[in-house]
Design a binder for this molecule. Sequence first.
Ligand SMILES: [Mg+2]
Length: 173
Amino acid sequence: MKRILIDMDEVMADVYEKLIDCYTEEFAYRPLPEAYQGKKIYDLPNAHHIRNRLHEVGFFSDVAVMENCRMVIERLQENYEVFVVTATQEFRNSLADKHTWLETNFPSISWRNYVMCGDKSVVTGDYMIDDKVSNLKKFNGTGLLFTSPHNVYDEGYTRVNNWLEVAAFFEQA
Ligand SMILES: [Mg+2]
């Protein structure tokens, strides 16, 4: 079986939504999508400290699952070896939270297929689905760029805008 590596944040888990909630709580208004195209929520003016929330115990435990993600991954597992590859080492509390989140929301993926690492370049496979060009650049196989507000201006990779487009890509692959 060919191997697909799947990123968590902004691919399986909607961390933007959670950070927008943090921002809204603090500034008492919800930023419009135009304001954060090409950037992270904590790159908005005066919002850098919101990034500290990522260090909190529990931050990653209740992030929303991306639409159609579970269904498409379960379907991919019929024909591919699926590994979740996520960087957890900068935010040490995220490791336990992400483990629980995966176990709860993706029962079809064994803990043996969780790769919680620092630098994704140590992991090899045939396909990588990630929202960060820097991860795809170091990958040995085919990279798919999963659209997220921060990467809308990035180029050079096959782009998938949502999980139905991921399904369509692998139907052709
Ligand atoms: Mg990500």
